[in-house]
Design a protein around this ligand. Structure first.
Ligand code: GLU
Length: 233
């Protein structure tokens, strides 16, 4: 099995300085050293990374398109993909990628962590190892998030806890699979197509407005003047 790891940034690939507590990004070699479990899986892994790695709160739609390009360019060369990412906007990246890469017959797995890799209590190693196991699975396909032993469909995930290891929930949809002690139990096999469809761009003139009792109508007008379409939540 061969997997491409795309490291974008975030706590999962961070090392925290023992003295100052400052977080520093690791390159793939150091990441592999920090997670010896990855070597034990016997997976051939190549890595590419955002240079410099970014905090996921700095992710933009251009980055999503860049990630989709990266998957498209390497699609035939690998059996699956792991994208390591900060947790804050991980669910948005997963959703965007789900639309930019449709009908994939290989797993495209996003993961992150709540604690840096050199903390004793880190979840980084577990999440990375689980993500690689899922990326090698023939039962899974398309974009999903692997976090805290759960596999969540890319269009359904939301970060619902900022401190707990179980940071992500699947909204109105069951988990695709769960993982315990490196064994994956798959409940739902995502649909796949013979050949995935890759899209090149996103329409950024689509806005979202959250309606609450008392929402000012002028806010709606303001948004409509600037956007081609509005999703009213
Ligand atoms: N803001 C950071 C990020 O989302 C938080 C650290 C993390 O969750 O990885 O990249």
């Amino acid at each position: 099995m061969s997997i491409l790891l795309i490291y974008t940034g975030g706590t999962i690939g961070m090392h925290s300085d023992a003295r100052t507590g400052a977080l520093e990004p690791l390159d793939f070699e150091h990441l592999q050293q920090g997670v010896p479990e990855l070597g034990q899986l016997g997976i051939e892994t190549d890595a590419c990374q955002f240079d410099p790695p970014i905090d996921s709160s700095d992710m933009t739609p251009e980055h999503w398109v860049e990630l989709a390009h990266c998957v498209a360019d390497h699609y035939d060369a690998y059996d699956g993909f792991v994208i390591s990412h900060g947790t804050d906007t991980l669910a948005y990246t997963a959703a965007a990628l789900s639309y930019l890469v449709q009908g994939a017959d290989k797993p495209i797995v996003l993961t992150g962590a709540q604690k840096p890799i050199n903390y004793d209590s880190t979840d980084s190693k577990l999440n990375l190892t689980d993500a690689f196991i899922c990326a090698c699975s023939q039962e899974l396909a398309g974009v999903c998030i692997v976090f805290s032993g759960r596999v969540i469909l890319g269009t359904r995930a939301r970060k619902t806890c900022s401190k707990s290891f179980a940071a992500f929930s699947s909204i109105n949809y069951p988990d695709l699979a769960t993982l315990h002690d490196r064994q994956m139990l798959c409940y739902i096999r995502p649909e796949r197509e013979a050949r995935p469809r890759f899209y090149e761009s996103l329409d950024e003139k689509v806005g979202l407005i959250k309606m609450v009792p008392g929402t000012d109508f002028e806010l709606l007008e303001f948004m409509l003047e600037r956007k081609d379409a509005l999703v009213i939540e």
